[in-house]
Ligand binder design. Structure first.
Ligand code: APR
Ligand code: PHB
Length: 389
């Protein structure tokens, strides 16, 4: 097989890259390890920066998003025993954000790929990247028992944190930055009306978050120890723990019900530098992971592929490698901005096991400062809204 860009991974990064490349007349083949059903069953964060919405709109991918997404002006921060405060992102920086599940984006991207008869091979096995530092890289893999080779000009590694692409960068070149947090999030998706705002809660029992997927679908999370077993968390226990972490009026407003999905995710910050090597370019979770506090993961995948598609389009239109050469440097600026704010929010809002009295007081005064300082709120609003591309 032959194509211009071999894309490894059919998550949001891979499928969106393929879509944008197509709009520039650049061909690609997407190789995805899992089945489409499996990819569509993954429940992930669901907050889209305005920039992300703009990119999806510009590529004709936002019809359903515009109909079903819920637009928010800001988010609330609550803190045990104190008044809640609203970080008014729209007022401070003139940007809004939208709750719309990543699952729906994934569906919209598959539908767009089907409409243009894109080559998206699912259930591929044993993907290997060959000669990434030469001008003629290729990818070998197995599909339905057949061994195949895909010749290409470039490889885009969009295969998530556990993918194979990043490993094709020699260890002498790759620098890794990592922070592992000593807790995880237990998330529940429930067919119940959500609270009107996204609410982040800091409580002595641990962090909690109220979010939404639609007017009839709510998404909640609580901080849990890393050794937590999901079987120990029947719905009733989850709801009572969730409510215990919100102030009375919010706890009373939470509508409980059955859970459709329940999962535990560890929290981690990770960045691989550089995001490119020879003719291999990493995008999305393949290159970086952020803790979900701030919901930046998907938004970074979108900005990475926007830069990458632009650079590849410039190469095919004008033969210029300037943007490709600068891809990692440009993408990393936005990556580190989001890595920083998600680390900040994680540190601000969670209870860290073993935190000293000093750490605890410093966190309380940081929350106090944020509550009382207009400038601190503007700064957080700017970072929460995300940098422009
Ligand atoms: N070969 C082919 N495909 C692979 C391989 C492999 N060896 N390894 C992983 N994949 C596929 C996965 O099955 C997955 O569908 O790559 C895809 C990567 O998708 P995501 O993990 O969703 O990553 P990305 O597209 O970068 O999207 C980032 O996902 O994890 C969230 O919070 C993150 O919202 C962000 C978004
Ligand atoms: C979500 O809706 O899943 C969500 C919202 C906000 C976050 C993280 C996740 O910070």
């Amino acid at each position: 097989m032959k194509t211009q860009v071999a894309i490894i991974g059919g998550g949001p990064a891979g499928l969106l890259l393929s879509e944008i490349l197509h709009s520039h007349g650049v061909s690609s083949v997407v190789l995805e390890k899992s089945s489409r059903e499996h990819v569509l069953s993954r429940i992930r964060a669901g907050v889209l920066e305005q920039t992300t919405v703009d990119v999806l709109r510009a590529h004709g991918l936002a019809d359903r998003l515009d109909r079903e997404g819920h637009v928010h002006d800001g988010m609330k921060i609550v803190w045990a025993g104190r008044e809640s405060y609203f970080i008014d992102v729209a007022k401070h920086v003139g940007k809004r954000f939208t709750t719309y599940g990543q699952t729906k984006i994934q569906e919209d991207l598959f539908a767009a790929a089907d409409r243009r008869n894109a080559t998206v091979l699912t259930e591929v096995e044993d993907v290997q990247l060959i000669d990434v530092s030469s001008n003629h890289p290729c990818v070998t893999f197995t599909h339905h028992g057949e061994s195949l080779r895909l010749d290409c000009d470039f490889i885009a590694g969009c295969d998530g944190f556990h993918g194979v692409s990043r490993q094709a960068i020699p260890p002498t070149v790759l620098r890794e930055f990592e922070k592992v947090y000593p807790f995880g999030w237990l998330g529940v998706l429930s067919p119940t009306p959500p609270l009107p705002d996204i609410v982040y809660a800091n409580h002595p029992r641990g962090f909690a978050l109220a979010s939404a997927r639609s007017p009839t679908l709510s998404r909640y999370y609580i901080q849990v120890p890393l050794d937590t077993h999901i079987e120990d968390w029947p719905d009733e226990r989850f709801w009572s723990e969730l409510k215990a972490r919100f102030p009375r009026e919010l706890a009373d407003a939470i509508v409980t019900g059955s859970s459709i999905e329940k999962s535990i995710a560890p929290l981690r910050s990770y960045v691989a530098e550089p995001m490119q090597h020879g003719r291999l370019f990493l995008a999305g979770d393949a290159a970086h992971i952020v803790p979900p506090t701030g919901a930046k993961g998907l938004n970074l995948a979108v900005s990475d592929v926007t830069y990458l598609a632009r650079a590849l389009a410039a190469y095919y239109a004008k033969g210029s490698t300037q943007q490709l050469d600068g891809y990692s440097e440009v993408a990393l600026r936005r990556v580190w901005s989001s890595v920083r704010v998600s680390w900040y929010l994680t540190t601000l809002l969670h209870r860290f096991p073993g935190a000293s009295d000093f750490d605890q007081r410093a966190q309380e005064y940081e929350l106090e400062y944020l509550k009382s300082s207009y400038h601190a709120q503007v700064a957080l609003a700017e970072q929460y809204a995300g940098l422009p591309i």
